[in-house]
Write a protein that binds this ligand. Structure first.
Ligand code: ARG
Length: 466
């Protein structure tokens, strides 16, 4: 970069110049950078460091560049190292000498911290919207099949019958918390670092609150060193993304298992399935597998940023430039995963018969049989033992619990009576559950009733003007 090198005698080595440039990532930050400059120029005007004419000239120039950037006509040149110098040079070309006043009381250090925060906030807003859509898709699917009863699993072994809707709403809860985490991260991200300068603030009478207000930031930095040197908001964004990706991956894995021939509980429409180049019969859930597959790279970026930050001495360090690509990459990946999962859920069909058949294996109701004995007054632990013995006898006889005669039951406990066979009904099993938050039919139905979409869009403290 041949700008800003008056104190140097030699040119910057061209390979070094390319190495230190951040323009690849900065492509994503042009609008944020211009927004920041507009707010800074307005503030300089208001405090009298720029005359009204100079302010107007600078704002006009910045708005012209903004229009070009919005139309995709603003190209970053690598010789100018980063987006900040590119904008400064473009402004000089656009309006002349007044451009040289814009950088008063500002450093690229507080500028880049601001741009990164603006970008992160705009992505959080998009992600919150995408999570909302996914939550809605889960509720819609649960409502569409509100009667479906399926096996619930522990250790991936059939455990007890559950409502399919209860399973969908379990994922709903996870994504609800993810959404909250992004909203919460937004609070700490919406703190303007503009005015921190290189790290010590400025001797000029700037007002960081004015520029922050114009940018819709609710808060302003308290410590100028902290303002330029931390990127914990990026780490928070990546953690919120990593946990969302974890939930997406768990949902993906669950659906992949359910869609296998062996389970056969669900199928996806052709719109979201792919086939094999060799085996013509194959209908594969590749998009869902890819959601699971992309999780690793998101985790990797979280470790990437934590590792980058952990070694930094106090103050601005150029390493911080490396925090931008993970943020940009993860924002794109998590957004696309959320969108694809929403489409997949929407295009998912349920085989209710297959689900009910699997849930109707009498062994699935062994716990209900234990509760049958508890209701007859037998202590729980003894009831558990009795039913375990009954299960063992049926297995030895190679018959189901439903087929086994009453005499065999009575040989273990005289508390058994002919009404025991009524327990072996999966639909009745879920109807009987009535504890808080359970899969009980009335509980699930009222949970569904409470969810009247579309959900109110959560408000975050900052809305990007871009
Ligand atoms: N390009 C840098 C970044 O992306 C900002 C420039 C700060 N450079 C400096 N020498 N202080 O983080």
């Amino acid at each position: 970069m041949e700008v800003l090198r008056t104190a140097f005698k030699e040119k910057l080595n061209s390979q070094i110049s390319e190495f230190v440039s951040s323009i690849d990532a900065d492509e994503e930050l042009i609008l944020a950078d211009l927004q920041g400059s507009i707010a800074h120029a307005s503030m300089l005007g208001k405090i009298g460091l720029l005359t009204p004419e100079q302010t107007e000239n600078i704002l006009h120039g910045l708005n012209t560049i903004m229009a070009k950037a919005q139309a995709g006509n603003f190209e970053l040149k690598s010789e100018y190292e980063d987006v900040h110098m590119n904008v400064e040079k473009a402004l000089e070309k656009e309006i002349g000498a007044d451009a040289l006043r814009l950088h008063s009381a500002r450093s690229r250090n507080d500028q880049v911290a601001l741009d990164t925060r603006i970008f992160a906030l705009s992505q959080i807003e998009l992600i919150i919207d995408s999570i909302d859509k996914l939550k809605q898709a889960l509720v819609d699917k649960a409502k569409e099949y509100d009667n479906a009863v399926m096996p619930g699993y522990t250790h991936l072994q059939p455990a007890q019958p559950i409502h399919f809707a209860h399973a969908m709403l379990a994922f709903f809860e996870m994504f609800e918390r993810d959404l909250d985490r992004f909203k919460d991260a937004a609070k700490r991200t919406a703190v303007s670092p503009l005015g921190a300068g290189a790290q010590a603030g400025s001797g000029l009478s700037i007002d960081p609150f004015l520029s922050a207000k114009q940018l819709n930031f609710e808060h302003v930095f308290k410590n100028s060193i902290d303002a330029v040197c931390d990127r914990d908001f990026v780490a928070e964004f990546l953690f919120a993304s990593a946990l969302t990706a974890t939930h997406l991956s768990q949902l993906a894995e669950t659906l992949i298992i359910w869609t296998s021939k062996e389970f056969g509980f669900i199928s996806f429409k052709d719109t979201v399935t792919t086939t094999s180049s060799l085996m013509p019969q194959k209908k594969n859930p590749d998009p869902i597998e890819l959601i699971r597959g992309k999780t690793g790279s998101i985790f990797g970026e979280l470790i990437n940023i934590l590792t980058t930050l952990k070694g930094l001495p106090l103050g601005y360090n150029r390493d911080l430039q490396e925090t931008k690509p993970p943020l940009i990459k993860v924002a794109k990946v998590i957004s696309s995963c959320l969108t694809v999962m929403t489409i997949a859920i929407d295009q998912m069909q349920i085989n209710e018969t297959k689900m009910l058949t699997a849930a109707s294996d009498p062994e699935m109701m062994a716990t209900d049989l234990v509760e049958y004995l508890v209701l007859k007054g037998l202590p729980f632990r003894e009831s558990h033992e009795v039913v375990a013995s009954v299960v063992s006898i049926a297995r030895d006889l190679k018959i189901s619990l439903l087929e086994m005669e009453l005499t065999k039951y009575k040989s273990v406990s005289m508390l058994f009576d002919s009404d025991l066979y009524e327990v072996f009904d999966a639909v009745k099993s879920v109807e009987m559950k009535n504890s808080h938050g359970s899969t009980g039919t009335s509980k699930v139905m009222s949970a569904l009733e409470e969810m009247i979409g579309p959900f109110a869009r959560p408000t975050i403290p900052y809305r990007s003007a871009v």
